[in-house]
Ligand binder design. Structure first.
Ligand code: HDD
Length: 709
């Protein structure tokens, strides 16, 4: 029974309330015993030895000793959030899943984003694929869509997964490098697995270094099946399209962010949700009729291929909003257990051999990670549909099953729990006729390894192609063994000869001018013939704008962080007006100065300083405003930190607004591209008006500036 304060006197009542509150929050042992001293262990005398009898100390230390659990073998570093999915277009013609057929229905979700290769404590901005896992808590059971931010995968068969992961993880003898793929074992494996070339193009593109977890797409990767009420199947590919658009940082920026704030993505997601700026994605589906399975010039069961959006459009059918941060990282983000085999009626697998292997792996890994087959009872993994079955016992069982019966069929419990009829939502695997030889082989239809890698490369803008070349140059120049660099460049010639030649330039390798893309060239030592054989195809789609980030940038000025740098020569009026305009555009301005506290404007108004030039850096912002309004604007640039800030923003193609005289500013900055001839603000893509700056912000970056750098 709850105790209530007894006193008539209001002051005493308050005091009593506090005492009662105190009572409620009294510290206890795990057995509920109130602890009177949590600071001193039990000893024989003040200075004496500690006593074995001290069960309070032992309980505390034992719990502490076991606090860490094994991190995920891949996707160890993650950020999670709660949210809701709402359907706005029914797919009931294709699927009986209530989640995708009842319009307006809100289904709770938990999402975990992750990097793949790095350990739990690694940096967010490593060049890597990002995991994008969604758990839908539906009334028909949990449905997990365990995807990535890239629509294809490195390999075609799960049999190669342990090798891929061993190759990309730090080398086993010295545990170097952490979270990076720029090393010999990874590229050795890749160069011997031509099927990985399509994924390599994506990973080396700007997709591998997102600006924010809120600004990346998600993909289910495999082709799945929808099953409708009449048991008809339709193939489906899942897409998540971020409402903020897709945006990335540049590689130099990514490396600097890793030093300045290794939690950059985690913090960005957390702060956005905390401030009510809820990230949203549209769920899209590509639907392929069962009879069209073989109409493509690739195999839809091959996870190294995507279905071009120009061939099968993406229908947007619902919105996912992330609106609540986890209460406890360990209990939720760490203990959440995803599995592509967590299905609901109306959704089923295909025979994609990568997906089939995954179906075994995920439950198995939770057993060693979470320690028991009862991991489904951990609150974050619990289905909202009550669990009734004959599974019993095992480590850390929470459910108290009553009665004598734990088998089926039975009469003692009247046959309970019943098997559900299909019409009542009982799951039934899609019936598919299989008449085949048992065989360990790869389908010939999986053998075109390069057409889609080429499609991806051809669909990029010149800027994006250059970024891919630069990334390959960086990664491969870290590879110590020359033959691995050569084998990889040889693979690249199968995609685009010019690209391969550009990459080769900085590696000290010569690729002959007249080398014709050698699709079936003799395999390098160590390569498996079946992987290496590649078919030449002439695919229908040669270029698809949907694959480029830059071609799809729309209004990017929402949810941006802008630095307003001042050391006192700004006007309060201008600061306020810019801040208001940015807020209207959905972005936030932060005042950066040389010290914390408050800063005086030219009119003497005080403004709070958010960050200092010592604790922050340009790479943590989307754009920069030099607030100095003095005519010369020289004083602020005497500060080396300000200069460094602007130079980084300039080199990373970010919007820059200068409020003082732009000619003096450009002279004082001494941009290397102005060494021989002073360029105008316009030529350098530097803004001098707020309107121009807002336009620049909506483009994300001035990529044309790269030509000057
Ligand atoms: Fe996987 C985790 C995505 C292939 C084995 N995978 C994991 C996570 C994501 C993916 C997002 C993190 C889940 C979380 O946040 O907890 N994996 C993929 C995608 C793949 C893929 C999109 C290919 C299309 N994975 C794949 C294969 C295997 C695994 C082929 C093994 C045969 N994946 C695992 C795993 C993990 C995992 C070892 C580690 C932690 C976990 O499962 O829960 O079982």
């Amino acid at each position: 029974m709850e105790e209530t304060p007894q006193s008539e006197n209001p002051k005493l009542r308050d005091l009593e309330k506090n005492i009662l509150k105190h009572e409620e929050s009294a510290m206890t042992t795990d057995q509920g015993l109130k602890i009177n001293d949590d600071h001193n262990s039990l000893k024989a005398g003040d200075r004496g030895p500690s006593l074995l009898e001290d069960f309070i100390l032992r309980e505390k230390i034992t719990h502490f000793d076991h606090e860490r659990i094994p991190e995920r073998i891949v996707h160890a570093r993650g950020s999670g959030a709660h949210g809701v999915f709402k359907l706005h277009e029914s797919l009931n013609k294709y699927t009986k899943a209530k989640l995708f057929s009842e319009v307006g229905k809100e289904v709770p979700v938990f999402v975990r984003f992750s990097t793949v290769a790095g350990s739990k404590g690694s940096t967010d901005l490593a060049r890597d694929v990002r995991g994008f896992s969604v758990k839908f808590y539906t009334e028909e059971g949990n449905y997990d869509l365990v995807g990535n931010n890239i629509p294809v995968f490195f390999i075609q068969d799960a049999m190669n997964f342990p090798d891929l992961v061993h190759a990309v993880k730090p080398e086993p003898h010295n545990e170097i490098p952490q979270a990076a793929s720029a090393h010999d074992t990874f590229w050795d494996f890749i160069s011997l697995m031509p099927e990985s070339m399509h994924m390599i193009m994506w990973a080396m593109s700007d997709r591998g270094i997102p600006r924010s977890l809120r600004m990346m797409e998600g993909f289910g990767v495999h082709t799945f099946r929808f099953i409708n009420e009449n048991n008809q199947s339709t193939f489906v590919k899942f897409h998540w399209k971020p409402k903020l658009g897709v945006h990335s940082v540049v590689w130099d920026e990514a490396q600097k962010i890793s030093g300045k704030d290794s939690d950059f993505h985690k913090r960005d997601l957390w702060n956005a949700i905390e401030s009510g700026d809820f990230p949203e994605w549209e769920l899209g589906v590509q639907l392929i009729a069962e009879e069209d399975e073989h109409k493509f010039d690739f195999d839809i069961l091959d996870a190294t291929k995507l279905i071009p959006e120009s061939e099968v459009p993406v229908h947007l059918v619902g919105t996912m909003t992330l609106n609540r941060n986890p209460d406890n990282f360990f209990a939720e983000t760490e203990q959440v257990a995803f599995h592509p085999g967590h299905l609901i009626p109306g959704i089923d697998f295909t025979n994609d051999p990568l997906l089939q292997g995954r179906l075994f792996s995920y439950t198995d890994t939770q057993l060693s990670r979470l320690g028991s087959p009862n991991f489904h009872e951990i609150p974050i993994n619990r289905s909202i549909n009550p669990i009734r079955n004959n599974q019993r016992d095992a480590h850390m069982r929470m459910q108290i099953n009553k009665g004598a019966v734990s088998y089926h069929p039975n009469t003692i419990d009247g046959g309970c729990p019943f098997q559900a009829m299909m019409k009542d939502g009982g799951f039934h695997s899609h019936e598919e006729r299989i008449d085949a030889k048992k065989i360990r082989n790869r389908s010939k239809s999986f053998m075109d390894h390069f057409s889609q890698a080429r499609l991806f490369y051809n669909s990029q803008t010149k800027t994006e192609q250059q970024h891919i070349i630069n990334a390959l140059q960086f990664e491969l120049s870290k590879v110590e063994r020359p033959h691995i660099r050569e084998n990889t460049v040889n693979q690249l010639t199968n995609i685009d000869l010019k690209m391969a030649q550009e990459v080769a330039k900085v590696l000290g390798i010569r690729v002959p001018e007249n080398r014709v893309a050698p699709v079936n060239e003799s395999k390098p030592a160590g390569a498996d013939e079946s992987h290496y054989a590649s078919e030449v195809r002439d695919p229908k789609t040669k270029s698809d704008d949907a694959l480029s980030i830059i071609k799809n940038v729309k209004n990017a000025s929402k949810s941006r962080k802008i630095a307003f740098i001042s050391i006192g020569n700004h006007t309060a009026e201008k600061l306020k007006s810019i801040s208001n305009q940015l807020e209207e555009a959905g972005s936030k301005l932060k005042v950066v100065s040389s010290q914390l506290g408050s800063l005086k404007s030219r009119e003497g108004h005080e403004v709070k300083v958010d960050e200092t030039l010592f604790n922050t850096a340009s790479v943590l912002y989307d754009a920069v405003i030099i607030g100095d309004e003095s005519r010369s604007g020289k004083e602020i640039l005497n500060n080396g930190k300000v200069k460094e800030f602007v130079m980084d923003a300039f080199n990373h193609c970010k919007p820059i607004l200068v409020l003082s005289d732009s000619k003096t500013f450009i002279e004082e900055m001494g941009f290397p591209c102005c060494k021989n001839e002073l360029k105008s603000a316009e030529e350098l893509y530097i803004d001098t008006t707020t309107e121009g700056f807002l336009r620049s912000l909506s483009k994300h970056r001035h990529w044309d500036r790269e030509e000057l750098i």
